[in-house]
Ligand binder design. Structure first.
Ligand SMILES: Nc1nc2c(ncn2[C@@H]2O[C@H](COP(=O)(O)OP(=O)(O)OP(=O)(O)O)[C@@H](O)[C@H]2O)c(=O)[nH]1
Ligand SMILES: [Mg+2]
Ligand SMILES: [Zn+2]
Length: 308
């Protein structure tokens, strides 16, 4: 028996990193019991497990999944009410954002941040491809950075083309388990290749009329950083369905809205058009950014978020 961490999961096969630095390809023991949430995948990248190594030394069986410090879920598919674990035991989640090529919508950023709040995992934003930005794009980036920094989210400017800002990113990754997410084509995998060229991970140029990424990374995978720590590279996502939230708790995951909501007249205010709503008042007086409020309303009206 040996302890290890799942670094990759494809179908029913799991790659487990053990303390020697070796990786063991494992399957799950039949009838393995995992406590907690019901999900389509019982174990995910980041899970700590107990394995029984086979005689060949390169394969094994997962016999136990250890308790999780946290995890992130997503809906298994658009129609499904079942959920899937993306990753477990994270110290932080990083969203890589680009102003152009491709353009990351604000609502997408806000859904990601609200998800991180719901799972109580610290979130940070990395604005990549700054080498491509003209005056207009830079202004847009700076206004987003001031909006998010004011709320409490740290923001980083990065160009993987020039290396500008890379040292700061390395220092926030050091000795932590981080998940990196974002639209396809923003440069998530390029970041890992830049930090450690020996990884030689697959990347591709964005293409097409809409200049979208090509969904090159297809499975989450955890990579060891040469300076200490691990980063989970993930497939580019189009949207973020907030899974398992009640309508009346969504505003809890917008810290600045939550703070002001204490002053609303009604305790069950949803901040739509209720009389005495302090949130609406704050939006009208620009104390809450209207973009954030708009994201909140959009999540509130999204069918996917209404059911637990
Ligand atoms: N100009 C510029 N291009 C970049 C930068 N970072 C990444 N790219 C390019 O963006 C393209 C997409 O990069 P990937 O690393 O494959 O993107 P990804 O986020 O991993 O995409 P998926 O795996 O599809 O989710 C590649 O052609 C990179 O060379 C940057 O800072 N500046
Ligand atoms: Mg990738
Ligand atoms: Zn209100």
């Amino acid at each position: 028996m040996e302890k290890g961490t799942i670094i990759k999961s494809v179908g029913s096969r799991y790659r487990v990193l053990i303390s020697s630095g070796d990786t063991i390809d494992c399957v799950l023991r039949g009838r393995l019991r995992v406590h907690g949430v019901q999900t389509t995948n019982p174990v995910a990248v980041g899970d700590n497990v107990i394995i029984e190594k086979g005689k060949d030394g390169i394969t094994g069986i997962i016999s136990e999944v250890l308790d999780r410090k946290n995890y992130i879920l997503r809906k298994a598919s658009n129609l499904s009410k079942q959920s899937q674990i993306i990753a477990a035991n994270l110290d932080q989640v990083l969203l890589m954002v680009t102003i152009i090529l491709p353009a990351t919508p604000v609502e997408f950023i806000d859904r990601f941040l609200a998800t991180a709040e719901a799972y109580r995992i610290p979130a940070r934003l990395i604005f990549n491809k700054t080498d491509l930005y003209g005056e207009e794009e830079s202004e847009k980036m700076e206004s987003l950075i001031s909006m998010y920094s004011a709320i409490k989210y740290s923001c980083f400017r990065l160009s993987l083309n020039t290396g500008n800002g890379l040292d700061e990113i390395k220092s926030i990754l050091k000795d932590k388990i981080s998940l990196i997410s974002g639209n396809s084509g923003v440069g998530k995998t390029t970041l890992l290749n830049t930090i450690d060229p020996s990884l030689r991970l697959k990347t591709a140029e964005i293409s097409g009329y809409h200049k979208q990424g090509k969904h090159i990374t297809t499975f989450p995978e955890m990579h060891k950083m040469p300076f200490g720590g691990y980063v989970i590279d993930t497939p580019g996502i189009r949207g973020f369905g907030l899974f398992g939230m009640e309508r009346n708790e969504i505003y809890h995951f917008f810290p600045e809205i939550f703070r002001i909501s204490e002053k609303c007249r009604y305790y069950n205010c949803l901040h739509l058009d209720e009389p005495g709503c302090a949130v609406r008042h704050a939006v009208e007086h620009n104390e809450i950014n209207p973009l954030r409020y708009r994201s909140y309303i959009s999540i509130l009206n999204d069918e996917n978020t209404k059911y637990r």
